[in-house]
Ligand binder design. Structure first.
Ligand code: APR
Length: 170
């Protein structure tokens, strides 16, 4: 039975098999959660990312976690919000599915997600939370992970995810 935890905190401190970071297509670090992940993982993470040659929006790549408590980092690139009519919902949903696919491929049992695309990429938080939790619910039916954690940094994001969790029933 997989447990889903929604928490407020810092994803870089999570002791799970993999944390997911919200990157950009260059995979060369940035601000937000990606900046925090690179800062905590140390310089070897950037070196590993440079060998990956980038990542298209909607896809995911995996590297070791280096100095992070998490053994692995799954790098995904969410959609930039463009008003909702440019396929953003589908790309965001694909990010979650691709991250789960990589985790399954590596036999990982616990994965922590940030709120992908809801910071610099401007995706509306409630809409993103609905997509994220819908994909997680779908995945929980199909695959055995021990633990899925959604780590919300800001209080308002945490509130949104908790509300949507109740609404979706996951
Ligand atoms: N732990 C968990 N969540 C965090 C952390 C953290 N340490 N730091 C920030 N966040 C949250 C943000 O507050 C936001 O809710 O992660 C969510 C995603 O925001 P961003 O990190 O800005 O990611 P995104 O909106 O997907 O934009 C990606 O921003 O940092 C750049 O290089 C990155 O170009 C890419 C873009």
């Amino acid at each position: 039975m997989t447990t889903l935890t929604i928490m407020q905190g810092d994803i870089t401190r999570q002791n799970v098999d993999a944390i997911v970071t919200a990157a950009n297509a260059a995979l060369l670090g940035g601000g937000g959660v990606d900046g925090a992940v690179h800062e905590a993982a140390g310089p070897d993470l950037l070196i590993a990312c440079q060998k990956l040659g980038g990542c298209p929006s909607g896809e995911a790549r995996i590297t070791p976690g280096y100095r992070l408590p998490a053994r692995w980092v799954i790098h995904t690139v969410g959609p930039v919000w463009q008003g909702g009519n440019a396929g953003e919902d589908a790309i965001l949903a694909q990010c979650y599915r691709q991250c789960f696919a990589v985790a399954r491929e590596y036999g990982l049992r616990s994965v922590a997600f940030p709120s992908i695309s809801t910071g610099a990429f401007g995706f509306p938080v409630r809409r993103a939370a609905r997509i994220a939790l819908t994909e997680i619910k779908q995945m929980l039916r199909q695959t055995e992970f021990e633990s899925i954690v959604v780590v919300c940094f800001e209080p308002e994001v945490y509130t949104a995810y908790r509300m949507l969790r109740a609404e979706i029933g996951v």
